[in-house]
Design a protein around this ligand. Structure first.
Ligand SMILES: Nc1nc2c(ncn2[C@@H]2O[C@H](COP(=O)(O)OP(=O)(O)OP(=O)(O)O)[C@@H](O)[C@H]2O)c(=O)[nH]1
Ligand SMILES: [Mg+2]
Length: 202
């Protein structure tokens, strides 16, 4: 099965994007596969509202392991099953918590094995320097590493917030030459373009 992996710094909206994008693609509920650092899998069925209240958080480092869901993506007259994978957030530098470090190294190996990489950047924080979600060294490193793939795109998220338009302009300058979509994971904006990109790369 083809894989689409969502990566980015902590708190940029990866998990909210996963949940709302799955709903946009027509899923009725989520069968979330949780894969721990030791490779142990558990599957939980969750409805969208519960998923958002349980898995999305305003504090950083909410997602500590890989979370995957299988969705049927409409393609032409039929549908194709793909696995969409949500990951632990990257940070600049080395995190003191071993669990978080393991999650990050799990993410790096996933990038290599994925067909589509959606790299989320918080557009509303892109012009700031000191927020946990501000664009940082690690975003440039991810882009260097992941842009070797055909299916690599940057999602400039939180476009509904003040300052996001300026942030989006900055992201376009810094990452010129890459595919970049402005989105709002919260309001499901820009999802049609992302869907077309995913379909064209699987
Ligand atoms: N206004 C707005 N808020 C958003 C958007 N996307 C995410 N958020 C908020 O940003 C915060 C972090 O969202 P998460 O989805 O938990 O972020 P994450 O990247 O999965 O974070 P970690 O799992 O901690 O790495 C939550 O409070 C979300 O409600 C968006 O498009 N607009
Ligand atoms: Mg998360």
């Amino acid at each position: 099965m083809k894989r689409c992996t969502i990566i980015g710094k902590t708190n940029v909206g990866k998990t909210l994007f996963l949940i709302n994008f799955a709903e946009y693609l027509g899923s009725k509920s989520l069968d979330i596969e949780l894969i721990g650092n030791e490779g142990v899998k558990t599957i939980q069925k969750i409805y969208f509202k519960t998923a958002i209240s349980r898995l999305v958080d305003e504090n950083p480092y909410k997602t500590r392991c890989i979370q995957a869901i299988i969705v049927n993506i409409p393609m032409g007259k039929g549908k194709k099953r793909i696995r969409i994978i949500d990951t632990s957030g990257f940070i600049d530098g080395i995190h003191p918590n071993v669990e978080i470090r393991k999650g990050i190294s799990q993410t790096l190996s996933l990038i290599r094995e994925s067909d589509v990489i959606l790299h989320i950047i918080d557009a509303s924080a892109a012009e700031h320097k000191d927020l946990p979600t501000s664009m940082g060294q690690v975003d440039y490193q991810i882009a260097q590493f992941a842009q070797l793939k055909r299916g690599y795109a940057i999602l400039a998220n939180k476009m509904d917030l003040p300052g996001a338009e300026q942030g989006f302009t900055k992201i376009k300058q810094e990452f010129s030459g890459n595919v970049i979509f402005p989105v709002s994971a919260l309001f499901k904006r820009g999802f049609k373009e992302v869907k077309i990109f995913v379909v064209n790369n699987i």
